[in-house]
Ligand binder design. Sequence first.
Ligand SMILES: C=C(O[C@@H]1C=C(C(=O)O)C=C[C@H]1O)C(=O)O
Length: 185
Amino acid sequence: MLNQLLNIASSATWQEAESVDNCSQKVLSWLLDESSLTKKLEQHCQSFNVEVRQQVTTNSEATPLSVHFSDAQQILVREVFLYCDQRAHVFAQTEIPSQTLSDSQQALANIGSESLGRFLFQSTSLKRGTIEIAEFKSGSLIHQLCHTLDQSCDHSLWARRSLFYIENKPLLVSEVFLPASEIYQ
Ligand SMILES: C=C(O[C@@H]1C=C(C(=O)O)C=C[C@H]1O)C(=O)O
């Protein structure tokens, strides 16, 4: 668990919203909200910050995360926790193929603990693809991660992922809502 990449792409079944039938309306409304999650969390808490769990550059053969960029030579994988009032509310994993990190998007590789959302949602060219949803049942890899965050829980955790396009270049953002998130309250 230490520094391995959490392969959330293949440790869950990703579905379009219409096929999900065991998710509450409250959870679904958060999962399908296409606005910036950063901005939404900032509105729901006193203090918000991003903690980078790790950022690595890998190739798709060595670390087959999602199938979206299986032909990419190099993929930058960024894993962060979004903290609200000193508790991790979201685990986010972003895959950025090297061809996306060109021109002014090279900066995406060096944002550190700035929120990725702040960069993406500033772009007038930003487009977002379909949001897919996944349920991580109790005992999942994510539940093991939650244990390390002192957020053990025995209920399912919900996640979403979508492709973003900035200057028509793709990146895949996956976000898992952790037990401390208000969507479960
Ligand atoms: C895409 C957004 O950026 C958020 C911040 C991230 C980061 O800093 O790595 C990753 C995914 C999102 O939870 C957003 O705010 O909607």
